[in-house]
Design a protein. Structure first.
Length: 289
């Protein structure tokens, strides 16, 4: 399985996508087992390669990428080279640590809405309302962009949101938020627009994703040094703060528009981290003497 014959034998696409991973596997097989032909490899050889990577301290995510490369290589050989089976098909993958959502601290939210100066013109009012709805309602970026004027029901104090797969949900809206929306409407009417969308540009056109992202990022940059500063951070913060204040997981699921509770449960880990932090700082046995 030397590099030259290896590159000639297998598809250009397969080699290009996983070149370094497959070369590392080829080198290991030749050096450790003196095997250079795929047909002579079995599950034990591949497991040994994975074990070696783990012993070398490689992260699970990188190991899993290499396993995927090896599986793809064998699948290609089965389809085009007459190989009988794929010994990499059921290789056990190391578990990757769950990536927790980025969440703003309560102090950052307080600074954002109570200490940051928003311009008192249409654009400033629009931006403040956008940030408010992201945090107070847990909206996705596309959901906010697609809100219409008639999405707001002032009588029922609610908002109709069209989520993923055209799934509609109703979100309660506070009186203070409705007042903010009314104030925004007054300035919005000063922008000549026939567009039915709730949020529009200064030229009266429907908002576009990059503008929303840039706006949120600019404002969040004034209150946090976190790497991620996106609309989704405010959505994550909405869910986490609700959970921290005692809201049940099922209610948060409905407010977020998740199709299953499993998607919502990630926020329990974030809350657990907060509890651990409180415990470390507050419990008498953890106080520094």
């Amino acid at each position: 399985m030397d590099h030259l014959s290896f590159q000639k034998r297998y598809s250009k696409h397969t080699v290009t996508a996983y070149r370094n991973d497959l070369y590392a596997f080829a080198d290991f097989c030749e050096t450790t087992f003196e095997i250079s032909d795929l047909s002579n490899l079995n599950r034990r050889h591949i497991s040994s390669f994975v074990a070696q990577l783990s012993e070398d301290g490689m992260l699970p995510r990188s190991i899993n990428r290499k396993i995927s490369a090896i599986q793809s290589l064998f699948e290609y050989a089965i389809r085009h080279q007459g190989l009988k089976k794929n010994p990499a098909r059921n290789i056990v993958r190391p578990k990757t640590p769950e990536k927790l959502p980025s969440v703003l601290r309560s102090e950052s939210i307080d600074t954002l809405f109570n200490r940051i100066e928003f311009a008192d013109d249409f654009e400033g009012m629009r931006d403040r309302l956008m940030l408010t709805l992201f945090y107070a309602c847990g909206l996705r970026r596309e959901e906010l962009i697609n809100l219409n004027i008639d999405s707001i029901d002032f009588h029922d104090q609610s908002m109709k949101v069209l989520g993923k797969r055209n799934k509609e949900r109703i979100i309660p809206v506070s009186k203070s938020m409705l007042n903010q929306i009314r104030e925004y409407f007054e300035l919005r009417n000063s922008v000549a627009s026939k567009d039915a969308n709730l949020f529009i540009t200064t030229k009266g056109k429907k908002l576009y994703p990059s503008l929303v992202y840039k706006t949120v990022k600019n404002y969040l940059s004034t209150v946090t040094t976190m790497d991620k500063k996106s609309p989704h951070v405010l959505r994550h913060t909405f869910a986490t703060h609700l959970l921290n204040e005692g809201a049940n997981l099922q209610s948060i699921k409905e407010l977020l528009g998740h199709s299953s509770l499993a998607s919502t449960q990630v926020y329990t880990h974030t809350s657990l981290d907060k509890l651990k932090d409180v415990y470390r700082k507050s419990h008498p046995r953890n106080q520094k003497k």
